[in-house]
Design a protein. Structure first.
Length: 202
């Protein structure tokens, strides 16, 4: 059976491949959005290295914010309640990251580490990955957001199943009822499929 990767593992893999910190977090949640992967990468491309190497807000943190906006953001300019709720959620995510690392600012997270100035991206050498803690920030930001989404959406993270009835024998029906009675809090049934003959055909 193929090993299913966690979102944090997907984010780490993306970062190792060369995507920036924001892209790596956003890419780990690609399946949760309505956008294709290339569009998501372009959307988040400006936020790497603390926003285009300005060393401001950490790209991994920005990635969390981008994903939350795509999934739970507001769109109406008059939705004051939606805006307030969204900002509250953003602050919760930012504060969680800050509680663990002391800041959400890139230059402060990298304090004491020699970084290259200018706009040229730094080469992803073996030494880069040894010295830079960025992959750790990417992983943790992904975990923080993943936990938040699960806590605020009870069905998030539950296995989604489709139940197929091949025929209407009592043993099949009873098995389905017993299984669902036992595991209804642990799974999400997205569809029941059946094609029983009409009573006239029996």
């Amino acid at each position: 059976m193929e090993n299913i990767k966690t979102r944090s593992e997907i984010a780490a893999d993306l970062f190792i491949k060369g995507y920036n910190c924001a892209q790596s977090v956003v890419g780990a949640f690609a399946d949760k959005t309505d956008l294709d992967f290339e569009t998501l990468m372009k959307l988040s491309s400006s936020f790497g290295a603390g926003m285009g190497k300005l060393r401001e807000v950490c790209g991994a943190v920005s990635g969390m914010f981008i994903v939350l906006g795509l999934i739970k953001g507001y769109s109406s300019p008059t939705d004051a309640e939606g805006k307030a709720k969204h900002y509250e959620d953003i602050q919760r995510l930012g504060d969680k990251f800050k509680d663990e690392y002391g800041t959400i600012i890139c230059r402060e997270l990298l304090k004491g580490i020699k970084v290259q100035g200018g706009s040229e991206p730094e080469k992803r050498t073996e030494e880069y990955y040894k010295v830079r803690p960025c992959v750790r920030f990417v992983i943790r930001a992904t975990e923080i957001l993943d936990d938040f989404l699960k806590e605020n959406n009870p069905s998030e993270g539950k296995p989604k199943i489709t139940w197929i009835f091949t025929h209407a024998h009592h043993d099949h029906m009873n098995l389905a009822l017993s299984f669902l009675e036992k595991y209804h809090n642990e799974i999400e049934v997205t569809m029941f499929c059946y094609n029983f003959p009409s009573i006239d055909d029996i």
